[in-house]
Write a protein that binds this ligand. Structure first.
Ligand SMILES: NC(=O)c1ccc[n+]([C@@H]2O[C@H](COP(=O)([O-])OP(=O)(O)OC[C@H]3O[C@@H](n4cnc5c(N)ncnc54)[C@H](O)[C@@H]3O)[C@@H](O)[C@H]2O)c1
Length: 335
């Protein structure tokens, strides 16, 4: 039995789906702060090989809530997605981020320690690197986050190292770059009530003619002046989690890996691709650069390829197409 924290959210629900499809039983733990009951309901009603054995509406900030899960179920491993992740909000309200991301995860690790669960796969982020000193960014790149969100995630990487050494709780920390796309059957997808990510915002500006898509800066030192990011499609990202689980099950040591494609695309390239895929013209406007937005962020993914035996396979177009289908399905008639 696996525990998935944050499975009412975007990435956690896609991982939950994958586990259910492979015949695994799961327990979902989520406080629905940014996740959605409808997504949990969907996961529960799908007739797949595995089952959602329980949905526990609990909060990681309450040690009792999470201990109750481990006392009720024998959990082999935890996939831990639950966190707050809006960078700008973290700068204004660091307390909220340290309490939720750091204290919440520390409670989770303490509950694992108490009840003898020794494997965790954790959503870390490219934000732990901060301003890139070189590109593509490999795992040896110095980690110097430039916002509270990145700081909380980096602190958790340290905490996981300590818990690995002292208590033998093995972790794989996956440092995601920019995740895009949705389930190909639109059973789940990206659904943030405050949406800060590029692709859903581009697609929303197609679905809502009153919205004009905003590009932050077009004078970066890149081929068209807009920022370059590494877009990884959700199916590939999820596969890496399954590989990470196998790695730990086979006795792999605590480790960390970048998840990206080693390819970069500018904002304008993404916009043009979205126009081609949807056949719609996208209205956009150029705004001021945002503080803390590096010109280029691209992952070196050699380590995940070599050690996890993982390979990204989906194209940017596939990612944008599934995201578009999800937007249409969700926008027009809900889940
Ligand atoms: N989306 C990305 O591109 C991206 C990039 C890098 C890292 N990440 C990380 O991946 C993880 C998942 O991201 P997402 O985009 O799916 O976010 P999301 O907001 O869609 O999902 C997070 C889920 O965690 C739940 N949650 C939050 N705090 C909780 C708490 N204290 N107790 C219980 N549940 C709680 C929320 O209700 C939500 O369902 C996060 O840890 C995020 O930092 C995401």
């Amino acid at each position: 039995m696996f525990l998935v924290t944050g499975a009412a959210g975007y990435i956690g629900s896609n991982l939950a789906l994958k586990l259910l499809e492979s015949g695994e039983d799961i327990v979902i733990f989520d406080n629905l702060s940014t996740g959605h009951q409808k997504i949990v309901d969907k996961l529960k009603t799908l007739n797949l090989k595995g089952k959602v054995v329980d949905f526990i509406k609990g909060d990681l900030r309450n040690l009792n809530d999470i201990e109750a899960v481990f006392s009720k179920y024998k959990i082999e491993a935890v996939f831990h997605f639950a966190a707050f992740s809006i960078v700008s909000e973290s700068a204004k309200n660091p307390h909220k981020y340290w309490e939720n991301n750091f204290t919440g995860t520390k409670n989770l690790l303490d509950a694992m320690k108490k009840f003898g669960t020794d494997k965790i796969i954790f959503s870390s982020t490219a934000a732990t690197y901060g301003e890139p000193l070189y590109t593509p960014i490999d795992e040896q790149h110095p980690q110097k986050p430039i916002n509270s969100y990145g700081n909380t995630k980096l602190a958790l990487e340290f905490l996981m190292d300590d818990y690995s050494k002292a208590y033998n709780i093995k972790s794989v920390r996956l440092r995601y770059f920019n995740v895009i796309g949705a389930d190909k059957f639109q059973r789940t997808g990206e659904w943030h009530d405050i949406e800060t990510h590029l692709v859903p915002n581009i697609l929303k500006s197609i679905n809502d003619k009153n919205k004009v898509f905003e590009i932050y800066g077009n004078t970066y030192n890149t081929k068209d002046g807009t920022c370059v990011r590494d877009y990884i499609v959700i199916d590939d990202l999820i596969n890496a989690h399954i590989k990470a689980l196998k790695y730990l099950q086979n006795g792999g040591k605590t480790d960390y890996f970048n998840l990206g494609t080693k390819e970069g695309n500018t904002v304008l390239e993404i916009l043009k691709t979205a126009e081609n895929i949807t056949g719609q013209k996208i209205n956009y406007t150029i705004k001021e650069k945002r503080e803390g937005d590096p010109a280029i962020l691209i992952a070196d993914n050699k380590k995940a390829k070599e050690i996890l035996n993982w390979q990204p396979e989906k194209t940017l177009e596939e990612g944008i197409l599934t995201a578009y289908k999800w937007e249409i399905a969700n926008f027009k008639k809900g889940l």
